[in-house]
Ligand binder design. Structure first.
Ligand code: A2R
Length: 313
């Protein structure tokens, strides 16, 4: 029996997909290791691939000099030092497309939950307030309203298609205009001024850090709703908290945060105007299995010296 290639996995993903990975590779689990340096030293010469769902630094690459591929689990790869990988001749992949519909579904779910106050209404029933106090206060309409989408890539376009089914008036902001039947805004703040709901679905990283700042939040205004399914770094979280506390922003539905899994207490305390989710937009059985399998296929291709299925660099 030929031995299976050694790979190092930085952080885990869907367990059924991890099981399949272990059938194809000898998987060294860095996140479980008490002595990470010793683990890395033990596979320094034999490790041919790196995979993970969170980070990959130049230091890790240097500790595993025979790795030819870094297969990232997730479409956003802001935790991976791609420039360092490219410098070292290491190929990098991510998992686009297979999660686009799932994340788009979730963005719509979060928009509905936030505007129609579904978690709050659930609590209203459970806490006996319906019986004691009568009907709960009215909520905000979603269908037919103006929505602005920050980022109109693979996922953004799926969100837009779903918003169209809700008869919404759709605008978008990206750096370059697209050939789509939606109104383009060259300025994010201008778009925020025009819309009722702003949905963020751009990549993370320095280029998009704090794109949604105080100016944008104020433009969205006291009845405006922010939905973030992009990255926590895209929103200035302090400015968001202040805007919500001051009533300068109406409500927010957040699946991502600046320092996950830690969420500021101020956001947790705002039970009426904020809906919080634990970064779960793509987290269904089917989609996580598809993402895990794509990681595995990229690893196999990279190790065999073939082109990656979904290359980043
Ligand atoms: O700016 P463009 O024309 O390259 O459009 C991209 C847009 N985008 C930006 N828009 C405004 N300001 C920026 N600095 C900026 N940087 C990028 O985001 C494009 O329309 C969109 C990204 O689309 P895709 O690359 O197809 O990404 P996908 O698969 O839709 O995923 C988006 C992100 C992931 O990176 C995760 O962070 C998150 O959704 O789950």
């Amino acid at each position: 029996m030929t031995s299976k290639p050694d790979i190092v996995v930085v952080s885990p993903w869907y367990s059924a997909a991890m099981d399949e990975l272990e059938q194809a590779f000898t998987v060294h689990k860095l996140w479980l290791s008490k002595d990470k340096d010793a683990l890395l030293a033990s596979v320094r010469d034999t490790c041919v691939g790196i995979a993970g769902s969170s980070w990959c630094t130049a230091e890790l690459m240097d500790a595993l000099p025979n790795a030819t591929v870094i297969a990232h689990h997730g479409v956003g790869y802001d935790g991976v030092d791609v420039a360092a990988a490219t410098e070292r001749g290491i190929k990098v992949s991510n998992t686009p497309d297979v999660l686009s519909d799932e994340v788009a579904d979730f963005a719509i779910a979060l928009m509905l939950a936030t505007c129609r106050r579904i978690p709050q209404a659930d609590r209203y029933v459970r806490e006996g307030r319906w019986e004691r106090e009568g009907d709960m206060p009215f909520t905000q309409r979603v269908w037919g309203r103006k929505v602005g989408i920050l980022g109109l890539g693979r996922i953004g376009q799926e969100i837009a298609a779903r918003c169209a089914a809700f008869k919404m008036d759709i605008r978008y902001h990206t750096r370059s205009r697209r050939d789509v039947p939606y109104a383009y805004s060259s300025s994010l703040a201008e778009m925020a001024k025009e819309v009722d709901i702003l949905i963020a679905i751009v990549p993370g990283g320095t280029a998009t850090k704090h794109l949604i700042n105080r100016e944008v939040l104020d433009a969205l205004g006291p009845t405006g709703v922010l939905i973030n399914v992009a990255r926590g770094s895209v929103v200035d979280e302090d400015a968001l908290i202040a805007a919500l506390q001051d009533g300068r922003l109406g409500a927010a539905g957040l699946d991502v945060f600046a320092d996950e899994p830690r969420v500021p207490q101020a956001l947790k305390d705002m039970t009426e105007q904020v809906v919080l989710q634990p970064h779960q937009a793509s987290a269904t059985h089917d989609t996580r299995l598809a993402m895990g399998r794509l990681v595995m296929e990229n690893l196999k291709a990279g190790i065999a010296g073939k082109p990656l299925l979904t290359p980043v660099n």
